[in-house]
Design a protein around this ligand. Sequence first.
Ligand code: ME8
Length: 512
Amino acid sequence: MIKNFYITTPIYYPSAKPHMGHAYSSIIADFFARFKRIQGYNVFFLTGTDEHGQKIQRAAEKKGMDPKSFCDEISKTFFDLSKTLNLSNDDFIRTTEHRHKKSVEKLWDILEKKNEIYLSKYSGWYSVSDEAFYSEDEIHEIDNIKISKISGSKVEWVEEESFFFKLSQWQKPLLKFYNDNPNFILPESRRNEVISFVKSGLKDLSISRKSFSWGIKVPSNKDHVIYVWLDALTNYLSALNYPDTNDKLYKSYWPATIHLIGKDILRFHAIYWPAFLLAANLPPPKRVYGHGWILSGDEKMSKSKGNILDPIEIINTYGLDPLRYYLLKEVSFGNDGNISQEKLENCINSDLANNYGNLCQRVIGFIEKNLNLNVPENYNFIDEDKKVLDIYKNEFDKLIMSIDNQNINYYLNFIQDQLFAANKYFNDQEPWKKKEDVLRLNTILYVSLELIRKISIMLYPIMPDSSLKALKIFNINNDKININSIKDHETLIKKQSINKISILFKKIEKND
Ligand code: ME8
């Protein structure tokens, strides 16, 4: 069985510095990438920045900078954020790179040769903020300003010569593709939205602009720049060294396993992208998952709305791993989610400091005092022990399936339940009262150690640093983490020494 897994985030516009919404998509993608790695897959995880188009050109002009220097500056803040978030991405692509230009030009060339492109004139509405064309019925007027009903952003009238992609011809093949690949668009509600949009009819798509210059030139007509979405979507191929389809990366990882995106850019990924690829005779990605929005109050958190929670500030105050855990747990994945500093603090205190941190401290502290930091030398599991240990084996297939269906909340609920169960086990078994019964005492401690090991492995994709700190107890490092090993509960070698653990999460003092 081929065990390759290719996951991507959207490539972000470096029009302003990153915010929590960007951090959210990236952290989720990192979670899946890390999980699949510890499941033994070869993983390629891609993120980057989308640097061409009118939106960026205007943002640069506003700052009085040339677009390339402007992109260099802001793309770096996204690159730096990828480090701050501890992303395990294998590449960071910028669409101003030569390797990307080559790839876009080739794709254009193929589409042109296959007669999928023609020259005509575009007249209609365009949102620079979304870099999207909207039809008359997708527009309304508020206070004399024309606004997209879909995104709420301002639109302007565009009339210019343009190349078109024959999208209308792809309506039927796309519907067939959705039908043959029922899990191509997830969650299901988004799939239904897309299908009904496609069923309502597709118009040919304008894929070049003439009135500005910041972009990749159409190879056969240098007066035009390629529409930024055709340019941007191709990043998923450029990073695999397309057009060299014999390249090892391309061969191993295309078609992508999953493009993880926000629901705002579903149309581009679920309609235009597979249409371009089918037209170029390339296989479309296997899945596009459109997650919900991080809200601030009732509104989408966004640069243009100015209601941004700065991930860097939050990380400086609370640390990275708590933020990663909180975002994954708090938002019902696929839906919109409201986050707040107060709920983050409660989550740190209850789940992380009280449940996980405390379990590690208590068990290791007890073993330090009573067994001189050694794995017990004998044990004999009774039913109560097997009950807390076996659940990992019994639930394992469901856990893997939950990940493969992007059911993050199932996975997190399981961890929360098992943290609770492990603490309860240690309390109920009262090892401090069993000092006379050495076999029972040893068994309780052995089980507790195994539970810490299992839970810490499960937490690795969510909180890599904290998990590794905990796994140091057992000298398990990055390369040795294997999710399959949570099924096992006799992995610890008797009498082997274990390491102490420092405080994992500090409790937040609350005034009320
Ligand atoms: O759309 N909640 O870039 P972008 C959750 N360059 N996720 C959010 C979010 C929020 N409030 N705000 C942004 C673009 N995101 C294009 C993409 S891909 C070929 C080109 C996340 O900088 C979410 O993933 O506007 C959303 O789809 C993406 O950032 C948009 O980032």
